[in-house]
Design a protein around this ligand. Structure first.
Ligand SMILES: Cc1cc2nc3c(=O)[nH]c(=O)nc-3n(C[C@H](O)[C@H](O)[C@H](O)COP(=O)(O)O)c2cc1C
Length: 187
């Protein structure tokens, strides 16, 4: 499909779920997710943030292998099943993505993820920008037969990108994110 038709299609049809892949309260990942959402809304692309802080505390045990609870089912319906595309923003925890994200996938299963389009963004205070975690996530999503976008921004030394108001105002990073979004919308 031509590039501009892809963009129009996304603007009028696609629902993008932005997943903040940690349950750490006050995480910088959640702030990056907020920025992605704001930038998508500015160009009228429908989006919603799934913050793993909002998962039921016992979801891993009450929604695993045959058991389920209505609050978790509703969350999965809204943020996973009804989404066309995913932006997974993942912090680096011990050289990979957070365990809670893998637990979520193990509870959800791959049926409503396969063939959907996914892009990954790495966040870390270290210099790697979760490079390895994004490789691990790429392997996970490919195992689930999702399509992973090749451009994967790495937001390293993330704490240095925030101003005193707690916003990312670094012009190079903003340009990188805007460009990433433009290309992912057309993907
Ligand atoms: C459990 C845990 C493990 C972490 N491991 C790493 C790491 O391996 N490499 C790194 O650069 N930062 C690591 N960090 C720091 C995060 O990169 C930092 O907290 C950053 O702000 C992104 O995480 P956040 O979204 O939780 O804020 C770790 C943080 C936590 C809470």
């Amino acid at each position: 499909m031509p590039y501009f038709i892809n963009i129009l299609y996304a603007i009028f049809n696609d629902m993008i779920t932005i997943i903040s892949a940690t349950n750490r309260s006050g995480s910088l990942t959640a702030k990056v997710a907020g920025l992605y959402s704001e930038l998508l809304s500015q160009i009228n692309v429908e989006n919603q943030i799934m913050d793993l802080c909002d998962l039921p505390a016992d979801f891993m045990f009450s929604n695993f292998y045959g058991s389920s609870t209505q609050p978790f089912v509703d969350i999965v319906d809204r943020y996973i099943n009804n989404a066309d595309k995913f932006i997974v923003i993942s912090p680096e925890y011990h050289g990979s993505y957070p365990g809670i994200f893998k637990a979520l996938i193990d509870c959800v299963g791959g049926e409503n993820i396969k063939t959907k389009k996914v892009t990954l963004v790495g966040v870390s205070t270290g210099r790697a920008g979760n490079l390895r975690g994004m490789e691990h996530l790429t392997a996970l999503f490919h195992h689930l037969r999702a399509e992973v976008f090749s451009s994967k921004p790495k937001l390293s030394e993330i704490h240095k990108l925030f101003n005193e108001a707690g916003e990312i105002d670094d012009s190079d990073t903003l340009k990188l994110i805007q460009n990433h979004l433009k290309n992912f919308i057309a993907f």
